[in-house]
Every structure is written in structure tokens, then in C-alpha cells.
Design a binder for this molecule. Sequence first.
Ligand code: NAD
Length: 376
Amino acid sequence: MAVTIGALREIAPQETRVSLVPEVAEKLLKEGARVLLERTAGERARFPDALYKGVSWAASADQVLAEADVVLTVQPLSVEQIARLKGTAVVIGFMQPHARRAEVQALKQRGLTSFAMELVPRISRAQSMDALSSQAAIAGYKAVLIAASRLQKFLPMLTTAAGTIRPAQVLIIGAGVAGLQAIATARRLGAVVEAYDVRGATKEQVKSLGAKFVDTGVSAEGSGGYARELTAEEKAKQQEVLDARIAAADAVVTTASVPGRPAPKIISRAAVERMRAGSVVVDIAAEQGGNCELTRAGEVLEHHGVQIVGPVNLPADLAYNASEMYARNLFNFLKPALVKGELAIDWNDEVFAQSCLTHGGAIKHEPTRKALEGTT
Ligand code: NAD
């Protein structure tokens, strides 16, 4: 029997993305799968039902949950949705294992197999499946546009009959995937860009995008390409240099995070107070607690004339492209498990093994298991 792959209209209020776009639905059909969709699933991402050719339409979300062998999702399924899945279902999507404990427990208790896109190993072979990166790039791009639209200044230098306008100074903190896209976007808009990251390896990447690297003399190279937490002394040294650069900036975009931990606090209240009135801080890490002490997720506030923007779910602002990229990531992840239209997961494949969150009544991701069940 052909595998049934289902996708739902996302139920989280601000979620406009969809896990399956028409192009990817077509590819799944070509693989011999049956595609079962909830009506209007793609509507908010500007993929109307009529664009999905050859798919089966479910009468309700419940039908998708009850019939799908594989459910593709953007946000984690709710506990109620998990309860309605069939016992052999496989769920693939963002699972937020650190935050969504009840959902992880529900997946485990029902003995379901789930794969978290956050856990896909960052190896070369899995780059096309890297949903964290595809969505982070969108966030970095959009954050700069938000900063630009809130500034009462041009980003580029302008030579006009009314004289020359100086270019805006933009500082990007954190030069991972989001930060590098933010640098590229700010540069395209003509700003003078500086960037900082605790990982020294980013220095060359920052320079290659035409930005200046802020050197604080502190390196925090961690394992697996991620940053480690800094010591108090290192933090103080980093802060001194950074505070001066923050004060000089018209716009600061912060993207710094450490996996599984709250976002590092990099911009203090005092640093904001040193900034010029009219400056803008866009804090992409708002949902993880923010890189700025004053950030409030989902809000824009003003402190001493400085706007502090704490956007949530930036990829959903570009739902069309975000969904396209995400759905392709999901397809590239799932494709090796589709054999002649049937599901055959190779557990020796490190991508499946490492990204598995729950399987056979157990939490397979060790840090999540420890957080939920302790060390025993
Ligand atoms: P992330 O979202 O976890 O963090 C964003 C950035 O914040 C990182 O560059 C990190 O070093 C930085 N940061 C953390 N603490 C900081 C602090 N106190 N001050 C300043 N900066 C701080 O990272 P990410 O964008 O997901 O990328 C993480 C790493 O994974 C990078 O090395 C990236 O190149 C790598 N990566 C590899 C692949 C692959 O090989 N397939 C794919 C994507 C990313």
C-alpha cells in the first residue's frame, strides 16, 4: 500500500507557513506516495488549493490525522492532535523539544515515531534538509528590512542636489546563518556594516560579505561548529569593545544563540542608553529571551529614543518562500525513506538516527530525555 503523506493547516495563531507546497506535493506523488491535505492548508502562505494538482483532499483535519502514515508539520502538533494520530504514524517537523515537553511526552506515550528538524545533523550531506538554516536566512533578511523601515535615515550614502547623506551604520551581532544573511542584506541596501561573533571562524565570512569584523580578542569556539558559553572575564572584555560599537550604530540586528540555552544577553540597558535617539535594535533572539536586556518578544518598545523590536516567527512574514524552502527541506529528508511508494526508514542512516525524537515508546534524543526524565 502506498504511503499516505498528510499535511495540515497550521493551528498556531501566527503561523502562516505550510509544510507542503504544490511543487513538493508533486514530487511526493512522483515517488508513488498518496498526498492527503486539509483544505486551505497553504492559503495563508499564498498557495491556494487549486495549485495542488493530483492530491487527495481530506474532509477535515481529523481525517488527515487519522489516515496519514507520515504527517508533515511546521509547528509541533498539539497534544490533542497527537492523540488523534494512528498508532503507526510518523511525524516530521519542528518539535521544539526543549520547550514543548507535553507534546514530546504525548508522542512517546503513544509510541509514535517523530523526527525533529532541529536535530538534523549539520553535515554536508544534510545541508539540503537543514530547515534551521533555511528559516534563519529568512529571519536575517527580514530583520534588516524591519530595521531599515523603522530608521528615519537612509541606509545608503546618497549624493543629491540637497547635499550628501552619510550611509547608516549597521551592526550585526552573531554571524551564523541569520547574521550572514543580515549582513548581506544590509550591504545590498548600502549600509556600512560591522559584525561580531564569538566564533573566530566567522571573521573571514563576515569580511567576504564586505563587512568589518569587530575584534574583541575573545574566541568561543565550541563543538560541532556551535558557540560555547563564555566565562565572566571573557564576557566583560567582549562587552567593553562591543558597547562602543553598539553606541556608534544606527541599527543593531542581534542573532546570537547557543543551542538549548537561553539567548546570551549582549546588549544591556546601559548600552541602549548610550545609543543615539532614533536608533533601532532588532532582536532576532527575542523568542529565546532576547540578546538585549530590554527586549520583549512580540513587542516594539522605546527606551531613551531607541526602538527595540522583538520579532517572533520572522519566517512566517515571508510565508511563501519560507514554506517553499521548508517543504523542500522536508522532502529531501523524507526521500531516502520512500522506496517504491512505501515507507522504509533506514535506522543505520545517521540523519534519521540523530534526528529521531521519539520511537517505540522512548525518547531517543538524549538531552531531551534527560531534561524530561532525569538521568536514570
Ligand atoms: P545559532 O543560531 O546557534 O547562533 C547564531 C550565531 O550566534 C552563531 O554564529 C554563534 O556563534 C553566535 N553567538 C553565540 N553566542 C554569542 C555571543 N555571546 N556573542 C556573539 N555571537 C554569539 O547558529 P547557526 O546560525 O545555526 O549556525 C551555527 C553553526 O553551524 C555555524 O558554524 C554554521 O556555519 C554551522 N552550520 C553548518 C551547516 C552544515 O555544515 N551543514 C549548516 C548550517 C550551519
